[in-house]
Structure formats: C-alpha cells, structure tokens
Ligand binder design. Structure first.
Ligand code: SIN
Length: 280
C-alpha cells in the first residue's frame, strides 16, 4: 500500500490495494492512520461492486443513518448521488457542509464511489477545518471558542427547504431525496470540537446545518454564520478533487467540510455514497 500526499491542505492518494478483496487487519489499520492524517483518501482504479463498497465502509465503522435519501434498491445503506444529463433542477449539495451534523451522533466519515463521471466539471471540494481552526484570527477565535451550535436539517430537507418538491427548481430531480418535517428537529454540538480520535480541534460544520448559537441572539448568530462560512471555505483550506470513474474517496466529517460543483450540463453524473458511524 502506497500513500502519496496530494499537494493541497488535505488529501492523499492510496494505491497498491485491490479493494475487491478482503483486507488484512494490518492494512485496515494503515488506511485508518492515513485517513486520520490526511482527512481525505482517494483510491483510484478500483472496480467495485456494491458489496465491495459496503465491505470497505465497514472497515472504518458501522453504517451511518441516512435520513433524507431513499437507498438504492440493491442495498439499504447505499444512496445514489445522481444527476441526469438533461436535468434542470438545482444542484445537490452545492453549499459547504459536513454530513448530517444535526444528528446526535453524526457520521464520522463518508465514502463516495464514482460510476458515471462527466468529462468536465462535477469536482468535489474539501476544506480542512483543523487548518481553519489553527489559523483563526485572534479576534474571531475569541468570539467563537465557547459557542454551542444549534444544528438542524430544516433549511435543506423540511417541507419548505431547499430540496422541497414544492419548489419549481426541484421538479424532475433524479436523486431520491425525501423531505420531511422531521428535519426541523434540532441538536446541539460545540462549534469547536476535538476530533474523537486525534484530539485535534476543528471548526465543526457550518451555516446550512447550523441555524444559530445558544449564546447569541438570532441576528448576531446569522451575521457570525455568514462571516464564518466565508472564512471556513477560504482558498488556503481547499482541496479540489477531480473525479475519474472507478475512484473511491473517503473523507473524515470531523475534519473537513465538502461541497459539490456543477459545470457538467449535458452529461450524466452518478456516484454511490455510504456514511460511516463510529464503531459501538
Ligand atoms: C455530497 O455532498 O455527498 C455530494 C458531493 C458531490 O456530489 O460532489
């Protein structure tokens, strides 16, 4: 197994493994170490079926719970991130986020496997939130250090949210998103969180899933969230991942934010996704 760091604030390529076959415990431990160190691992040229993707996911934890997608029919824990060539709906996941941060125990990681990849566009961006924390200007750091963030999925997945079928821009969406007023449920997490395995501090999640802060008034929260959102996605924290078919990417939701990008009108794009929850 070879781990080659990518010239970016996070990310490494992993080669020399065939993920169609079960890995030895020692290799799995090497993968975990690399994942904790680089936060985003890219495995190119892996011709995986759904059982291989599921097995890989379970090397790093249990399956996470994906509340607002229907899974693919062949596997309960795999969702399709899909956009058809002629689709006119708003782009999915175009804002910075970390997966399902409104859950009491959010997924520690996410796997995304490229199946149909357009010849241009559709890159995924990652922003290293340990680096963002380490480089916080002193004034901003002082303002946010002890805040408790209120998370919910309402702005995306409630009946009036971004992906609501009631909105014209969502009619004809090929992705199987299920909006529900369950999305209005809130859960709090500290804004600055130590990583559960490495202990490194990170800014955890961002506007979109964070709707405010316990300690601040609504308007103050909104202003701070806007300021933070722009800081968290600054160019010096970003790795731009360019996809190829048969590429598997696994990222650490405790360490990075991610977002989708467009620019592939006229081409299909299809990736399979699993989330990883902490081992019991
Ligand atoms: C996601 O946020 O899970 C999807 C990212 C992408 O489509 O690039």
């Amino acid at each position: 197994m070879h781990v080659t760091p990518i010239e970016a604030p996070c990310g490494a390529r992993v080669t020399g493994l065939d993920l169609r076959h079960e890995l030895a415990a020692e290799r799995i431990s090497d993968i975990r170490q690399a994942w904790l160190q680089y936060h985003v691992l890219v495995f190119p040229d892996q011709d995986l079926d759904i059982d291989d993707l599921a097995r890989f996911t379970l090397y790093l934890g249990n399956f996470g719970e994906d509340p607002f997608f229907n899974p693919i029919k062949e596997h309960n824990n795999i969702a399709a991130i899909r956009r058809n060539a002629d689709e006119k709906t708003s782009l999915f996941a175009e804002n910075w986020h970390t997966d399902w941060s409104f859950q009491p125990k959010p997924p520690i990681g996410t796997c995304l496997y490229g199946i149909k990849i357009p010849p241009k566009g559709g890159d995924t961006l990652f922003a290293n939130q340990h680096k963002a924390y380490d480089e916080l200007p002193a004034g901003l750091k002082h303002r946010i250090e002890n805040l408790t963030a209120i998370h919910s999925a309402a702005s995306g997945y409630s009946s009036t949210g971004l992906y609501s079928e009631r909105k014209k821009q969502n009619v004809g969406r090929s992705m199987d998103i299920v909006t529900s007023d369950e999305a209005r449920r809130t859960h709090n997490h500290p804004l600055i969180r130590p990583h559960t395995e490495t202990g490194r501090a990170a800014i955890y999640s961002t506007a979109g899933y964070i709707e405010g802060f316990e300690e601040l008034k609504k308007q103050e929260s909104k202003k701070l969230l806007r300021e933070l959102y722009s800081y968290q996605g600054s160019p010096q924290f970003i790795y731009r991942h360019v996809w190829k078919p048969n590429m598997l990417v696994v990222w650490d939701n405790r360490s990075v934010l991610h977002k989708a990008t467009g620019g592939y009108e006229g081409y299909d794009r299809l990736l399979y996704r699993t989330t990883i929850s902490e081992f019991d």
